[in-house]
Write a protein that binds this ligand. Structure first.
Ligand code: PHE
Ligand code: CA
Ligand code: ZN
Ligand code: ZN
Ligand code: ZN
Length: 288
């Protein structure tokens, strides 16, 4: 499996913090800090050779954008997608929620391009706008994908909050169609001696839009407003009786609100999944 660079990922987070700082302290839908975040991600992926699209849509808070990036190699009939929401709430810069997932997915995409592999499948990345307004960007994307294109999406992997300062290691367990990918995530963490717990995240992040179309989904999460139990502190370290992210949706979700060990473990899991599923043989399934 690849070693995704936590140094490079942290550098993307530094950039997202500086974008927020110079744009009123947030990266919220309809505010300049969001568009600047989308432009930052798109420019990095363009420079690496991705085919990118800035997809705009309107919301009650103003225009928002999804950034879609596809590696232009591999069988276009079988698409493996990985995504994260790129917007913050209005109260702060959103560095753990969800700069962390976005920086990790960008860095994985850059590492994938640099690896020089020719994938079996199409590898596509999505950075969603307006998640904080009700998963609007991911819903807009799937609702505007022609049916024939939807059928080609074999898997969607979601990363929303992966560097919580008092981290847990949660693996989504809310879509039976994604159980294979879910189990691969658990096996990956187990191989690194990191214990995981399943979590039913229901409709709380962007994979829900894909799941509603019947697409297999999976993902990971390091915890938000929930309280770490003493049993969880025994297996993961950190502070029992405190929130996984005490700065969840607050102004203090800034560049200091990160656990870099969690970030490094999670981005390497993203890398493992992208590398693995890029090569997955989907040709034995029903024809598209
Ligand atoms: N989607 C939530 C938010 O952005 C966070 C979350 C992610 C909650 C995954 C549960 C599971 O605020
Ligand atoms: Ca790493
Ligand atoms: Zn297929
Ligand atoms: Zn949030
Ligand atoms: Zn989030």
């Amino acid at each position: 499996s690849p070693d995704i660079s936590v140094t490079n990922t942290k550098a993307h987070l530094d950039q997202l913090q500086s974008i927020a700082t110079s744009n009123g302290g947030n990266r919220y839908t309809g505010r300049p800090g969001y568009k600047a975040s989308a432009d930052y991600v798109k420019a990095k992926l363009d420079a690496a050779g991705y085919t990118t699209t800035l997809q705009s849509f309107s919301t009650s808070a103003g225009t928002s954008y999804n950034v879609i990036a596809e590696w232009p190699h591999g069988d276009a009939n079988h698409v493996v997608m990985t995504g994260s929401h790129l917007d913050s709430v209005s109260s702060g810069p959103g560095i753990n929620d969800n700069g962390s997932g976005s920086a990790g997915v960008v860095e994985t995409a850059l590492a994938y391009a640099a690896s020089g592999q020719t994938p079996k499948n199409r590898v596509r990345f999505g950075f969603w706008g307006a998640e904080e307004l009700g998963l609007l960007g991911s819903k807009y994307y799937v609702n505007n994908l022609p049916a024939a294109e939807r059928d080609k999406v074999e898997l969607y992997l979601n990363f929303d909050m992966i560097a919580s300062p008092n981290p847990g290691y949660f693996v989504y367990d809310d879509n039976p169609a994604g159980d294979g990918a879910r189990d691969d995530l658990v096996a990956y963490f187990t191989s690194k001696s990191v214990q995981t717990e399943f979590i039913d995240v229901q409709g709380r992040s962007d994979h829900a839009a894909f799941r509603s179309l019947g697409i297999p989904t999976a993902g990971t999460f390091s915890g938000a407003e929930g309280t770490k139990t003493s049993a969880q502190a025994t297996k993961w370290g950190g502070t029992a009786g405190s929130a996984f992210d005490p700065c969840y949706h607050r102004s203090c979700d800034n560049i200091n609100n990160l656990d870099l060990t969690s970030l490094d473990r999670q981005i390497d899991a993203i890398g493992h999944m992208v590398w693995t599923y890029a090569q997955k043989d989907y040709t034995g399934g029903p024809p598209p």
